[in-house]
Design a protein around this ligand. Structure first.
Ligand code: H2B
Length: 114
């Protein structure tokens, strides 16, 4: 296992996240990142999720997420490290690219299935 990847991010790393990942919010006592997205319709949301799912499976790092029609709520954390690691940042960047490709907009909702 690549230990550098499972080392939790430092307090300084966390401070930089507002700038490097502006669409994401720190959650769960700084142990997770969250992003809420809205797509044109279910088809677009599902296409986005499919792309992310294939990537997650390939890198063996999986999002906690839920979907209601055109909305997707995503939480990233590294279970093995009980907090945020580089793996979450990498997945967040991939998700940002996939969301842009599928025209997802950031929404501010407590949870997608509320
Ligand atoms: N995903 C996430 N988000 N965190 C993990 O710690 C994790 C994972 N661990 N996907 C992986 C799978 C682990 O359970 C397997 C055995 O490698």
């Amino acid at each position: 296992m690549n230990t550098a990847l499972v080392t939790r991010l430092s307090a300084d790393d966390l401070k930089g996240l507002k700038k490097s990942l502006p669409d994401w919010d720190l959650a769960a006592g700084d142990t997770a990142l969250e992003r809420h997205l809205q797509f044109k319709d279910f088809r677009a949301a599902w296409a986005f999720m499919t792309e992310v799912a294939h990537y997650a499976e390939a890198v063996d790092h999986h999002p906690e997420w839920s979907n209601v029609y055109n909305r997707v709520a995503i939480r990233l954390t590294t279970h093995d490290a009980k907090g945020l690691t580089e793996k979450d940042l990498k997945l967040a960047r991939f998700i940002n690219d996939a969301a842009a490709e599928h025209q997802g907009d950031t929404i501010h909702a407590p949870i997608a299935n509320s």
